[in-house]
Design a protein around this ligand. Structure first.
Ligand SMILES: *[C@@H]1O[C@H](CO)[C@@H](O)[C@H](O)[C@H]1NC(C)=O
Ligand SMILES: *[C@@H]1O[C@H](CO)[C@@H](O)[C@H](O)[C@H]1NC(C)=O
Ligand SMILES: *[C@@H]1O[C@H](CO)[C@@H](O)[C@H](O)[C@H]1NC(C)=O
Ligand SMILES: *[C@@H]1O[C@H](CO)[C@@H](O)[C@H](O)[C@H]1NC(C)=O
Ligand SMILES: *[C@@H]1O[C@H](CO)[C@@H](O)[C@H](O)[C@H]1NC(C)=O
Ligand SMILES: *[C@@H]1O[C@H](CO)[C@@H](O)[C@H](O)[C@H]1NC(C)=O
Ligand SMILES: *[C@@H]1O[C@H](CO)[C@@H](O)[C@H](O)[C@H]1NC(C)=O
Ligand SMILES: *[C@@H]1O[C@H](CO)[C@@H](O)[C@H](O)[C@H]1NC(C)=O
Ligand SMILES: *[C@@H]1O[C@H](CO)[C@@H](O)[C@H](O)[C@H]1NC(C)=O
Ligand SMILES: *[C@@H]1O[C@H](CO)[C@@H](O)[C@H](O)[C@H]1NC(C)=O
Ligand SMILES: *[C@@H]1O[C@H](CO)[C@@H](O)[C@H](O)[C@H]1NC(C)=O
Ligand SMILES: *[C@@H]1O[C@H](CO)[C@@H](O)[C@H](O)[C@H]1NC(C)=O
Length: 522
């Protein structure tokens, strides 16, 4: 979800020297108007990694960090010109780019090295997938190692305030407070670089009895217990991400089974570094899904609401989408694999996994890694992650699911259909613009023009997906009018594509739309 806005801000940042201009710490003050020039793509001024932030060279107090964030946001506000509401400007980037480094956290919590040594080690172990190779099963272990300092609740509440727009944490309900504190703590962590990582693997119970039978429930392998060392030490930001062959007896061989197998993966030396690994046979269907605004209600296109939904409110499913997924898990062949791919920064994704496992079929995950700057395509995190899974399963067919408020999805999904037509089964896009009049962001359907129109569908409600014969290659429900025109679409601006006209927008909406168009042109 986040990629759209964050990319936009990144590019905005990359294209202006204003970012470095003198600080005006009040983000609610009227932004200075500046001229928007033709964009030149240059390397981003802000990098997406754990050490990227503009707080990097700051030491000491929280106020410094806060004013640092505000300065930066203010500058971005200036790029957009006149009356962009401050929440549009100040909310989203706080969420995406305000993540501190271990050094920031250390100094802020006044921690000494001895204090830190005494803290227990934690690991965020992202549920991996594995492919079958000549060397046996090959598991992509990925995640990060960190320590969580004991920061006082008052300080956590101050820090949570960075992420909430026009809302005081004191005004939230008790459960919302708990959620906001939980997420804030998970962001203010001390990454542990240069660490050895090892795992204990053992057969995991099938979810078939408690969850859905079929691919999402998967099966328990007859054996497969193993201790395994990750071949590399963690990066400077505590990250680890590599394929490791696990040649161990007791697993069903990938060339002899059509079942997805589940293994529990425990990170040695931690209590919270567990995950479920999914051993996926070479052929079958992978349902690859974004999460925000397709599996849960986020409304990231309404930044204030989107942030409350991300930081404070309990995650809730989007309408009856769980029923659709449960039905796919039950009715598609056993070889069906579910993969959840979100570009939300890794530190903030424990809630995502928790929510998905309680609500949707079990499956592997991808998130925005901490050390994404290692990858040259800093602005193409989604493409990078998509390419990786497509390369890992060259004989599988993918069903790509998301909503149209992500500009990277609107580009990458159809592009994959053009680049790897044999691997695309269906592309299913929820049209949030057509159903939510508060979504004023334009979206671009241009790349779909070259794609066979039998392979994709724009839809409005989960029920539109009922009755599709996905395994048989039926991706379009003919009773759902498509109305697709190709190019830039915007309901508020009166340009309609896969959707119908909505009531006109207020001037503010227009400015937001305009800002987003600038991004789209970029
Ligand atoms: C897997 O391990 C067994 C011994 O445990 C060995 O005989 C076999 O060659 C190994 N297979 C591969 C592909 O490494
Ligand atoms: C965290 O610090 C508070 C005091 O600030 C203390 O009461 C509490 O026991 C500490 N918790 C842990 C786990 O150290
Ligand atoms: C936050 O919530 C997640 C998911 O419910 C949980 O796994 C995690 O332990 C919690 N973290 C903290 C710091 O309370
Ligand atoms: C894995 O290591 C643990 C100790 O960390 C040990 O108790 C266990 O027997 C080992 N398991 C295997 C399969 O080697
Ligand atoms: C990981 O370790 C292997 C050797 O075990 C080495 O060849 C490789 O370059 C290392 N990768 C990274 C990212 O450090
Ligand atoms: C599957 O692969 C293993 C080696 O990895 C081989 O021993 C076995 O014969 C293969 N099974 C089939 C059905 O090809
Ligand atoms: C687990 O980590 C401990 C130290 O935290 C180490 O002594 C032990 O050897 C490790 N076990 C394995 C199986 O890697
Ligand atoms: C990790 O372990 C906890 C406690 O046993 C459990 O609630 C959670 O579901 C596990 N997570 C995964 C991804 O297996
Ligand atoms: C799917 O797997 C279950 C066992 O988990 C089995 O009972 C069922 O027959 C399998 N279905 C097919 C179509 O192979
Ligand atoms: C397994 O995944 C790795 C990593 O993406 C890839 O290089 C390899 O080609 C895949 N193997 C097979 C047999 O598909
Ligand atoms: C799909 O494209 C064909 C032409 O390539 C067109 O005739 C048909 O109307 C299109 N179908 C839909 C539902 O847009
Ligand atoms: C297509 O247009 C018709 C008529 O305007 C409308 O009823 C329908 O909801 C639209 N379909 C979609 C998918 O936007």
């Amino acid at each position: 979800m986040h990629y759209k806005m964050s990319q936009w801000l990144l590019l905005a940042a990359a294209n202006t020297a204003a970012i470095h201009a003198a600080a005006i710490p009040d983000p609610t003050a009227a932004p200075v108007q500046v001229e928007v020039r033709a964009p030149i793509i240059t390397p981003a001024a802000i990098r997406f990694d754990g050490s990227h932030s503009y707080m990097l060279d700051r030491r000491g107090k929280i106020e410094d960090i806060l004013s640092g964030v505000n300065d930066k946001l203010h500058s971005i506000g200036s790029i957009l010109g006149t009356d962009v509401p401050s929440y549009v400007v100040s909310g989203v980037p706080n969420f995406f780019q305000g993540f501190p480094t271990g050094d920031d956290v250390k100094s802020k919590a006044s921690l000494k090295d001895d204090d830190i040594d005494a803290l227990p080690t934690s690991a965020l172990n992202i549920p991996p997938y594995a492919n079958w190779t000549d060397d046996g099963w090959n598991v992509r272990f990925h995640g990060n190692v960190y320590k969580m300092p004991n920061i006082s609740q008052d300080t956590i509440d101050d820090l949570a305030g960075i992420f909430l727009i026009d809302v005081d944490i004191k005004d939230l309900s008790e459960s919302e407070k708990a959620n906001a504190r939980n997420l804030t703590k998970s962001i203010f962590i001390i990454q542990q670089g240069d660490q050895d990582v090892s795992f204990h693997l053992e057969p995991a119970p099938s979810q078939g009895s408690s969850g859905e039978p079929g691919g999402g429930g998967a099966v328990t392998p007859p054996g497969g217990s193993q201790n395994i060392s990750f071949p590399n030490k963690t990066t400077g930001l505590g990250g680890f991400d590599a394929f490791v062959p696990i040649n161990v007896s007791g697993l069903l061989l990938g060339n002899e089974t059509d079942q997805v197998q589940r293994l529990n993966v425990y990170t040695n030396g931690t209590v919270d570094g567990n995950a479920t690994a999914f051993l996926v046979p070479p052929e079958g269907i992978t349902i690859l899904s974004d999460i925000d605004d397709i599996l849960r209600v986020t409304k990231i296109y309404e930044p204030k609401e989107g942030l409350l939904n991300s930081f404070a409110k309990d995650f809730r499913p989007w309408e009856n989408m769980p029923e659709i997924y449960a039905n796919w898990s039950r009715s598609l062949p056993n070889s069906t694999h579910f993969h959840y791919l979100t570009t939300t920064p890794e530190q903030a994704t424990r809630n995502y996994m928790d929510f998905i496992y309680k609500t949707y079929p079990g499956g592997s995950f991808d998130t925005r890694p901490l050390n994404f700057s290692d990858v040259s395509a800093t602005l193409s995190i989604r493409r990078y992650l998509l390419n990786k899974i497509f390369e890992t399963f060259p004989r599988r067919k993918f069903v790509l699911v998301a909503d149209n408020s992500n500009s990277d999805i609107m580009k990458e999904y159809p592009q994959l259909a053009l680049d790897r037509p044999n691997q695309i089964q269906c592309i299913l896009i929820r049209n949030t613009s057509a159903t939510d009049e508060n979504n004023v962001f334009p979206y671009d359907t241009k790349v779909f023009e070259k794609v066979d129109n039998r392979t994709y569908m724009f839809f409005k409600v989960p029920d539109d997906l009922k009755g599709l014969d996905i395994a048989g290659g039926q991706c379009r429900n003919d009773s759902i009018a498509q109305n697709v025109t190709f190019g830039l679409q915007d309901e508020v601006l009166g340009i309609h594509g896969a959707g119908e006209k909505l009531k006109g927008g207020a001037p503010v909406s227009f400015v937001v739309a305009l800002a987003a168009s600038i991004f789209l042109i970029l």
